[in-house]
Design a protein around this ligand. Structure first.
Ligand code: UTP
Length: 226
């Protein structure tokens, strides 16, 4: 059994690295894979370093390009992946994945990936690796506990959802990629996950809640599709 977890940069590195979260998360990962036969693929987002360096680039050039913004974001996802990979060196066998389309399998109980290439976020990397390794579900941890029926910053009537279909979710996130966008799951990854019929569980950073998800117990979060 292989579980795919996309660990949002906003929780690994909301401002500085969240050491408490990182330690607790690594403990949970180790405990999960200690049960022989269970494996994990972990993908890290860019978090504060991505936002900070993208903003600096926007400030110093007249016409910032999407390609450069994404390239800067990818570097940030990889520093977070490198940190997580180093912290989990006892349970990883392969180096940090930078080209998920080349992965056909892995030997260590844990595989860690960062960003891939411009045009989407690490959500798409998670979908690509889930497909490559035959996983039917992606757990997407971010700084929001649930997906809302609309953007709560713009629409005060937005309500949190326990379940949403891919069609309704696609209507929420739109179809165009914007570098640095803060969406529950990016539009490119959404399209592919819907095509594959994957299920995505969007949840917050609470470790006890993650353990509930891993154990198949009731949890706080939103189930997308499936
Ligand atoms: P993410 O959007 O995946 O990180 O990558 P995040 O914003 O920290 O994640 P969440 O929202 O908390 O889960 C940061 C940026 O890096 C670029 C994009 O610009 C993205 O917004 N990126 C990342 C790519 O262009 N390609 C990739 O494969 C990954």
């Amino acid at each position: 059994m292989t579980v795919v977890i996309s660990v949002g940069g906003s929780i690994v590195s909301p401002d500085d690295v969240d050491r408490e979260f990182l330690s607790a998360f690594c403990r949970t990962v180790r405990a999960f894979v200690a049960d022989g036969g269970r494996r994990m693929i972990l993908i890290t987002g860019g978090g504060a370093p991505a936002r900070r360096y993208q903003q600096a680039y926007r400030a110093v050039v007249e016409a910032p390009s999407h390609h450069a913004l994404d390239t800067i974001g990818i570097a940030a996802t990889r520093i977070n992946a490198t940190l997580l990979h180093a912290a989990l060196s006892d349970v990883t066998a392969e180096p940090v994945v930078t080209e998920p389309d080349r992965i056909t399998g892995f030997t260590g109980p844990v595989l860690v990936a960062g960003g891939w290439k411009p045009g989407f976020s690490t959500d798409f990397v998670a979908v690509t690796l889930a497909e490559a390794c035959g996983a039917r579900q992606v757990i997407n941890l971010s700084n929001i506990d649930k997906v809302y029926s609309a953007d709560p910053r713009k629409d005060p009537s937005a309500v949190p959802l326990d379940r949403v279909s891919w069609d309704d979710f696609r209507a929420l996130v739109g179809s165009d990629w914007v570098p640095g966008a803060n969406l529950p799951f990016d539009p490119v990854a959404t399209r592919r996950a819907a095509e594959l019929g994957l299920q995505v569980i969007a949840a917050g950073k609470d470790i006890a809640n993650l353990e509930n998800i891993l154990a198949g117990r009731p949890f706080v979060g939103t189930t997308i599709g499936g």
